[in-house]
Design a protein around this ligand. Structure first.
Ligand SMILES: [Zn+2]
Ligand SMILES: [Zn+2]
Length: 272
């Protein structure tokens, strides 16, 4: 079956203007059987510049809109309710409170968007240290988050920080960080969580999707099986970007037999 997109942003995210219906219509046109919208909610986000975005989701309005679309399109596509939660070591209790309050989510992506309050999207994150140190800081924050927080299903865009590094993918040397990824995957796999392949980087100038092939291979070699696929589209034109070419090739090369989708926060293993 066609690989389904489980990481998409609509106008309920601060950084997207795409209407939910435009996304659903595009997914139907692409012939995909399920889709999960995963709008941003970053609890205690620190706004990085005057007038900057704060990524606070109006969750009640969002879920209401999704419910009516699920009914409207039920004969054409299976719409799942998702959220991309920004995770930080300072919000453990607030993440628990949020996910206990909103139990309608089928799927929760946990992502690192800030490291110690700083957004790696901005050059300040890389100042006064080497790129290797800046990358390591990001990966170490993921390790801290997966140690402390359990209220997510997959960890999003594991090496997204590479996208914004001054020398981009040249800055990432797998062997410099392998030990952290081993520690991250040990916890993720043992807790029954997963990771995603995120193709957002492919239409933002990188040669590979997140995470790097070596990271994916390590996950597979350590016994990781839960893997979702997302375009991270903030515009419907990028829905399912690279799925039937790049992603299918990568998953097949690594001997994955399935891609995962989620319903009521339980993984479904779909044959590739
Ligand atoms: Zn993200
Ligand atoms: Zn996203």
């Amino acid at each position: 079956m066609k690989i389904c997109d489980f990481h998409v942003h609509s106008e309920y995210s601060d950084d997207s203007e795409a209407s939910l219906s435009s996304i659903i219509e595009k997914a139907i046109a692409l012939g995909t059987s399920k889709i999960c919208i995963t709008d941003h909610h970053d609890i205690d986000f620190i706004v990085q510049e005057p007038g900057g975005m704060d990524f606070q989701l109006d969750t009640d309005a969002y879920l209401d809109a999704l419910k009516s679309l699920r009914d409207k399109y039920q004969d054409k596509i299976d719409i799942r309710f998702g959220v991309e939660l920004g995770l930080m070591n300072t919000i453990v209790d607030k993440v628990n409170d949020y996910t206990n309050k909103y139990t309608d989510f089928d799927f929760i992506i946990g992502s690192s968007h800030l490291v110690h309050g700083v957004d790696p999207y901005y050059p300040a994150y890389y100042a006064n240290r080497t790129e290797t140190e800046a990358l390591r800081d990001y990966f170490e924050s993921i390790l801290e988050n997966v140690s402390l927080i359990d209220h997510y299903n997959v960890y999003g865009h594991l090496d997204y920080v590479v996208r914004y590094c001054p020398s981009k993918e040249k800055a990432f040397i797998f062997d410099d960080h392998k030990d952290i990824f081993e520690a991250i995957f040990k916890i993720i796999i043992q807790k029954g969580k997963g990771i995603e392949i995120n193709t957002g980087s492919l239409y933002k100038g990188m040669s590979y999707a997140h995470p790097h092939m070596e990271i994916l291979k390590l996950y597979k070699d350590m016994g990781g099986e839960i893997i979702t696929v997302g375009s991270d589209a903030h515009d419907p034109k990028y829905l399912c970007y690279g799925f039937e070419t790049y992603v299918r090739d990568v998953l097949t090369a690594l001997s994955f037999k399935y891609f995962c989708t989620f319903k009521e926060q339980k993984p479904e293993f779909n044959p590739l």
